[in-house]
Design a binder for this molecule. Sequence first.
Ligand code: PLP
Length: 387
Amino acid sequence: MHWEKSNRLKALPPYLFVEIDRAKRQAIAEGRDVINLGVGDPDRPTFNFIIEAMQQAVAEPSNHRYPFDEGVPEFRQAVANFMKNRYGVELDPNSEIITSIGAKEALAHLPLAITNPDDVVLILQPAYPVYNAAAIFAGAEPVRIPLKAENGWLIDLDAISDELAEKAKLIYVNYPNNPTAAVADLEWYAKLVSWAREKRIIIAADAAYNEVFFEQAPPSILQVSGAKEVAVEFHSLSKTFNMTGWRLGWVAGNAEVISALAAVKGNVDSGQFNAIQWAGVAALEGYQREEVRRQRAIYQARRDVLCDGLRRLGYELVPPSATFYVWAKCPEGVDSMSFAKRCLTEQAVVLIPGVGFGSAGEGYFRAALTVEVERIEQAIDRLAKIK
Ligand code: PLP
């Protein structure tokens, strides 16, 4: 039988890391000692206090049934408590919070809930690729807003024409940002909220990295007064608690958007395993624990070694104050894909070329802080040999 995959799948941009992936696999097959600064996945295990909570919850028969929307109400209550303590934001756990299967799932489903074919979805770029795919899957039209270093990688709202804003139904923003590590302050969020209210655009704020910070804790868009009228914020336990494999997150904010998202989810999934939600309760209640703070200190130490090392070699960068990514400029005149390929083939160091996050990322590379300090030092020694 002859068949073709769907037009929506065909409409996804080409996967730009094919060659890097191939070169990485080849280097490993050749027995080379590959230093992988490419992965955005914590290298350390989930904290023990969370695993212990999971072990108890998994043995409890009432957790073995379909979670559905209701799930574990205590998880949404723990989220509400966390948002109150960490951000001073009051949320109704029943109408203004929904549990998600990681942030990615909810980010990907949102356009199905609120856009119609031909609605424009505004997406910052460079960006995590899911926003673009989500818009395409819903039949909406993704329009990228290129970010610039001179604006601190923040969206220049004044540069979005009225005509475009008129067609837009939704805007995805992501601060602290993957890949640039840029952080938005409350002033910028306030400007975004007032712009979105005026233009009647829903804001999807991806805050997956909000708890991976160093000197200063980033704000929540929901701290802006009136934000709940137009915004939903996506949070994740993945990076904060080394829980990427567990798939747990939440969306908080506008109750109507949350209810629409719940309707989509009700038709495509039946909720996250209740035992995982109980582990999430333990995680959020343990947010202030020493091991969670220590994790941030570990990334901070790695950041300092990587940024100092790269700067010594002449690379231009702004050290990140949040996320576990360093975003640096490629050598003058070298495109990001060629640079990443050279680092891999000549020195077995994996870096992510900025162009993989969209053309606005060209000329930059991303290095993740998900390896130990000694490996970062070795990576710097090796990069010193790249001519
Ligand atoms: N948002 C951004 C910007 C990310 O980089 C990632 C993961 O890398 C996610 C969301 C997904 O997080 P989760 O594991 O909660 O699905």
